[in-house]
Design a protein around this ligand. Structure first.
Ligand SMILES: NC(=O)c1ccc[n+]([C@@H]2O[C@H](COP(=O)([O-])OP(=O)(O)OC[C@H]3O[C@@H](n4cnc5c(N)ncnc54)[C@H](O)[C@@H]3O)[C@@H](O)[C@H]2O)c1
Ligand SMILES: [Zn+2]
Length: 354
């Protein structure tokens, strides 16, 4: 089992990565026999995954609350439902919430844990690749409102994160590829080992080989946790995690957040950002080819020809990364290191999207 430390000081926590054997001791060290637990999950997560977790915990009571699958569950109404359940169950601060699911379940559960009694224990068991390599690391919790995604939330770290690669065996191809989009991002923004693995072992990644999954998850988390630990409240270096995201978010918005996964959108966003990096003189043609080849070797779509500047412009202007009227972009240089800049020629964005 690999264990990675994330967070700082008192909110430091461990992220455990395992194959398929369930580590009961990890749960039972964190949850005492006299405490209660409430598992939050959603209707798309196979029941057998929930059963394994229930079987691993020995405590006073284990309840399960199942939300509908999908982004719409990251809502005020789910928040209220979970709060009502915690109040009915008479939860106190020593009891635990357990998120078993993808980023939706992780974000809403984390937000409830941060706010109920001003903060109770919570454990993350991410079951999508995206949640394992991204949303379960970094302490961001959130719900959506009609005015926008993730507008309400807080930074709140779990007690620990448990990742089982075995959970990924039941994930749909689209959701698996969505997570791979984030994995490949870490390779492009500085993780050389991950880049080598993708270049040499793409077939095993596509086949969801257990050993390779453990390695790519570990490397992805190392990169994310190194960055977020330096910058817990997102003031500086954390911005490089948004490589591909300015264009990716615009693509998701252009699709009205339907029929395209987040990972598929940011993968195309990374190609557009790499093209801008090329036109700005930061990388060479063969490096852009290298990026496209890696994306295609994992079976991800690299075709951005259907997105025009005129389609994406309005969404880019509304992007969170616009400050003082200037768009900030994350670009990459020839050493595959990402950097934030507002110093680029807008014509190169138009050229990349033509
Ligand atoms: N907190 C953060 O730092 C952070 C970072 C990135 C994304 N997010 C958030 O994460 C959310 C997206 O997360 P996601 O991509 O995991 O989507 P998701 O949580 O909606 O899960 C995708 C689908 O997979 C199903 N599923 C989950 N695990 C499964 C399994 N093992 N087998 C079969 N099906 C399974 C779910 O039921 C769901 O239908 C967004 O709301 C996004 O804002 C948060
Ligand atoms: Zn992302």
């Amino acid at each position: 089992m690999a264990t990675i430390l994330a967070g700082k000081g008192l909110s430091r926590y461990q992220i455990h990565i395992k194959g398929n054997s369930f580590p009961k001791t990890i749960f039972n060290q964190a949850i005492s026999k006299d405490n209660k637990t409430l598992i939050i999950t959603d209707s798309g997560i196979p029941k057998k995954h929930i059963k394994r977790i229930k079987d691993a915990i020995s405590c006073k009571s284990i309840n399960v609350l199942t939300l509908d699958q999908g982004e719409k569950s990251k809502s005020f109404s789910s928040f209220q439902k979970i709060m009502n359940k915690l109040i009915t169950l008479n939860f106190d601060r020593s009891d635990s919430l357990i998120a078993v699911g993808g980023g939706v379940v992780g974000d809403i559960t984390g937000f409830c844990a941060a706010t109920y009694l001003r903060g109770i224990n919570y454990i993350q068991v991410p079951t999508t690749l995206l949640a394992q390599v991204d949303s379960s690391v970094g302490g961001k919790t959130a719900i959506n409102v009609a005015q926008g995604k993730n507008l309400i939330g807080s930074f709140y770290n779990p007690k620990f994160v448990l990742i089982l690669t075995d959970f990924l065996k039941t994930l749909s191809q689209d959701q698996y590829e969505s997570g791979l989009g984030e994995v490949i991002k870490y390779a492009f923004i500085g993780n050389k080992k991950l880049k080598n693995i993708i270049e040499n072992d793409s077939k095993k990644i596509v086949e969801r080989d257990d050993k390779i999954l453990k390695t790519i998850i570990e490397e992805s988390i190392k990169t994310k946790s190194k960055i977020v630990t330096k910058d817990e409240k997102e003031n500086g270096v954390r911005a490089i995690l948004n490589f591909g995201h300015t264009f990716g978010h615009a693509i998701e918005a252009h699709h009205n957040y339907k029929n395209i996964t987040h990972g598929a959108a940011i993968t195309i966003g990374m190609i557009i950002a790499s093209k801008v990096s090329l036109f700005e003189g930061h990388i060479k043609d063969h490096q852009l080819d290298n990026i496209i080849n890696m994306i295609e070797s994992l079976g991800l779509c690299s075709d951005h020809s259907k997105y025009r500047y005129s389609d994406l412009k309005k969404y880019m202007k509304a992007d969170k990364k616009v400050s003082a009227g200037k768009l900030n972009l994350i670009l990459i240089n020839k050493n595959f290191n990402a950097f934030k800049t507002s110093n680029f020629n807008n014509k190169n964005i138009i050229k990349a999207l033509s």
